[in-house]
Design a protein around this ligand. Structure first.
Ligand code: DAH
Length: 344
């Protein structure tokens, strides 16, 4: 080969280098950089490799200089590609194509039962072990079931207090689960032993202790010879099973149109702290209750001379509040996973 051939190889290599470096500088993402790398440095068809194949045509004296130049160009290109790749990922321009190894791993989503639902389930399972079955009723009900059959005339102040959301004349979102008592007694003869969980609706403001929609769980027992002793003993037993043997229960006289006598039931917990000291909680009202008013039994066609009963309506959100030491009901309903995720 003519001496000029060596010059051509070296010249070509330098031109390739200049072109390649310009392209590398202009590349905007790693995919483009990779295309440039393959085009110039690809083993088989890369432009630099093709140039190198021409080394074979050079004389033995010319070959070392051209070979050395080829290696220098390869090295320079490799470095330029590497630097540009680093610069692009520093700018964040490459986020689409390159995995970001600094991202924290995604842990598997793990669901859990909502604390209020859990309270409903636990309340229900204690009553089940005491011989109760579960009953259900509609959330939209009539004035008859929600008020009148429960011995609450529509002009009675107790109906006002629960004045709720009417969907049509005489048809409303139930303001308590007590209508399930009537529906169950209409359908089945005594003895009755039910708990009825469900949502209820009131015109209440949303605050730390009230929500306009909330869960209730109703209980009803009707049989021959049921007395106030059964009523008190069963509810006290429930409280001890739910909150522990040291739990105290207080019955305060109250009024409900559908029970006589009526009571509000408060619970006080004894909490044993880690250092062994005992701490008492405040009394917290968890339910309304009482002996079923004979007028209610008459309304469903039961013989109120033969049968007696007791009933309660409990608020599971309050129960969950007391169980977990939460101070504001609204926390349960805000769907903040930092809060709800704690109840596993
Ligand atoms: N229905 C009452 C309320 O929503 C709660 C209640 C009180 C239910 C006494 C009862 C009961 O079954 O006997 O406030």
């Amino acid at each position: 080969m003519l001496p000029a051939a060596r010059g051509f190889v070296i010249e070509d290599l330098r031109r390739l280098e200049a072109d390649a470096l310009a392209e590398v500088r202009a590349a905007r993402d790693p995919r483009e950089l990779e295309e440039i790398r393959v085009r110039y440095l690809g083993r088989r068809d890369g432009l630099v490799s093709r140039c190198l194949r021409r080394l074979g045509g050079l004389s033995p004296e010319e070959r070392p200089a051209a070979g050395a130049e080829a290696n220098r160009v390869k090295g320079a290109l490799d470095r330029a590609l590497e630097e540009r790749r680093a610069a692009l990922s520093r700018d964040g321009a490459s986020s689409e194509d390159e995995p970001d190894l600094t991202l924290p791993a995604r842990t598997a989503w793990q669901g859990t039962i909502h604390p209020v639902t859990r309270a409903v389930d636990d309340i229900w399972s204690i009553f089940r072990s005491l011989g109760f079955t579960r009953a259900r009723g509609p959330e939209v009900d009539t004035e008859w079931y929600n008020f009148v059959a429960l011995n609450t005339p529509l002009d009675h102040p107790a109906a006002d207090e629960q004045d709720t959301l009417y969907l049509a004349p005489g048809l409303l979102l139930r303001s308590h689960t007590s209508p399930v008592q009537i529906r169950t007694m209409e359908q089945y003869p005594p003895p009755i032993r039910i708990v009825a969980p469900g949502m209820v609706y009131r015109r209440d403001t949303y605050d730390a202790t009230h929500t306009p929609a909330f869960a209730q769980i109703e209980g009803l027992v009707v049989d021959e010879g049921v007395t106030f002793v059964d009523f008190k003993a069963t509810l006290a037993e429930f409280a001890r099973r739910f909150w522990g043997p040291g739990t105290r229960v207080r019955f305060r006289p109250s009024f409900f149109p559908f029970t006589e006598p009526s009571a509000e039931v408060d619970v006080k917990r004894i909490i044993v702290r880690e250092d062994g000291r005992e701490e008492e909680t405040d009394w917290i009202e968890i339910m309304g209750a009482g002996m079923v008013d004979p007028a209610v039994l008459d309304n469903v066609g039961y013989d109120s001379e033969q049968y007696t009963g007791w009933a309660f309506g409990m608020g599971p959100a309050r129960v969950a509040l007391l169980r977990h030491g939460v101070r504001d009901l609204r926390l349960f309903y805000e769907n903040d996973m930092r809060f709800l995720g704690q109840f596993r």
